[in-house]
Write a protein that binds this ligand. Sequence first.
Ligand SMILES: Nc1nc2c(ncn2[C@@H]2O[C@H](COP(=O)(O)OP(=O)(O)O[C@H]3O[C@H](CO)[C@@H](O)[C@H](O)[C@@H]3O)[C@@H](O)[C@H]2O)c(=O)[nH]1
Ligand SMILES: [Mg+2]
Length: 240
Amino acid sequence: MAQNQNKYSVLLPTYNERENLPVVLYLLFSMADKNKLDLEVVIIDDNSPDGTQEVAKELQKFYGKKLVLHFRPGKLGLGSAYIDGLKYTTGNFIILMDADFSHHPKFIPQFIKKQAETNADIVTGTRYRKNGGVYGWDFMRKLTSRVANFIAKTTLGSSCSDLTGSFRLYKKDVIERIMKEIVSKGYAFQMEILIRAQGYNYKIEEVPIIFVDRVFGESKLGANEINIYLKGVWKLFETF
Ligand SMILES: Nc1nc2c(ncn2[C@@H]2O[C@H](COP(=O)(O)OP(=O)(O)O[C@H]3O[C@H](CO)[C@@H](O)[C@H](O)[C@@H]3O)[C@@H](O)[C@H]2O)c(=O)[nH]1
Ligand SMILES: [Mg+2]
């Protein structure tokens, strides 16, 4: 196979991920080495009280300019972290992922392969197709995710099997274009971006992923985020 000339920028939002960050970065950069990928990682940290930024600064001494740090003054939400982080990327492909091992870097070569085969504008990881799955969530968390997907799918009409997952690869111009229109600041961001992509007839391909619940720390998804999500679906319903 010809040498891959592309550059991949991973957007890694963090809020209290001190324990996860070193291993996630290790896994990402070793995956890149193994697959001969030109890869940079942009960390967007929202002044995590657990000292994530100190750990990130230490790691940057080791990784150098492959690791870009963007620190914000407070918790401004997941969607806005992606929007801000995008400004610091230099790759022609953008990968969104969580910093807590739920999204394993081993799936990235599969996303890249799928993109190369299909010339997709977006490759999205799905937990809800054959060979995909979720490990470690309790019944309520599984139900929340399924219901969130069901509501968005039926209200907004989508053929994508996992609208709320965030582990995806985008062509940079595609995500930039859509980001300009995004109104969701929090978790609804993932769903909104796919719905808007469909509106533009962008080509979306799916790759099954196994989502494993975090070992260290806690999820930031609370009742408030769920409320904001539902409002986000409703807003999009009125738009489309
Ligand atoms: N900078 C920043 N990062 C944040 C914020 N909120 C969360 N994060 C980071 O965003 C990632 C996901 O947050 P989690 O709190 O671990 O999310 P989750 O409950 O595991 O939710 C996952 O599943 C959802 C449903 O499928 C997804 O929508 C979500 O993106 C994520 O993959 C983690 O790296 C976390 O540190 C924030 O306000 N600011
Ligand atoms: Mg998580």
